[in-house]
Design a protein around this ligand. Structure first.
Ligand code: HEM
Length: 170
């Protein structure tokens, strides 16, 4: 007789599958509040601030805004990495999150976003005053668009699938 294969056998068991799918409660939290949800506000807002600062620089020509953009995108990238780390631990630890394909879609979009934030930050490090026009601001537009997409999709995980909250509807 072949030895039991826990993953395959459990996936074929409808009672076990129901248990796995309904286990969606956050594991990376402070007093029940998911750390990922708390952290993502920072990269989202700072990425939008970067685009704003780039637009102000384009409009006014004041190099103050190039420095604002450098700090904003640097912080967006670094806090984004922390947010990504907390999200990844949640993804791997929680069975009801790990087994849902949309969670992995969010992961892929988010990693693409983090690489764009890193590129936008790294590009400015070798001369931030000259970096904004034209490529810095173009990167900021791309980052802002992808941030909107990632944030919207993260919201779907929470509000449509009830992932990372206190229970599941599907
Ligand atoms: C890189 C890996 C990432 C993974 C694996 C990941 C995973 C998750 C998971 C599992 C959730 C469901 C809620 C929870 O369990 O906390 C979620 C929610 C969310 N994620 Fe991510 N995430 C990642 C990165 C990001 C990034 C970079 C952003 C945005 C900049 C982002 C934005 C969001 C938003 C806005 C929510 C909804 C939060 C809420 O309204 O409560 N995620 N993410």
């Amino acid at each position: 007789m072949s030895p039991p294969r826990p993953d395959t056998d459990q996936a074929l068991d409808p009672l076990h599958a129901e248990k796995v799918l309904s286990d969606t409660d956050t594991r990376v939290a402070v007093a029940g509040h998911p750390i990922h949800a708390m952290l993502v506000a920072f990269p989202i807002s700072l990425t939008m601030c970067t685009l704003g600062a780039d637009l102000f620089y384009w409009w006014t020509g004041d190099i103050f805004w190039t420095r604002v953009a450098l700090w904003a995108i640097g912080a967006a990238f670094l806090i984004g990495l922390l947010a990504g780390l907390s999200g990844t631990v949640e993804l791997l630890l929680v069975p009801g999150i790990r087994t849902r394909p949309p969670s992995w879609t969010h992961f892929v979009i988010a990693v693409a976003l983090l690489s764009m934030l890193g590129a936008n930050f790294g590009y400015r490090l070798s001369g931030y005053e000259d970096a904004v026009l034209p490529f810095g601001i173009l990167l900021s537009v791309l980052c802002a668009g992808f941030t909107g997409l990632t944030g919207w999709h993260g919201g779907k995980l929470v509000f449509d699938y009830r992932l990372g909250a206190g229970g599941s509807k599907s």
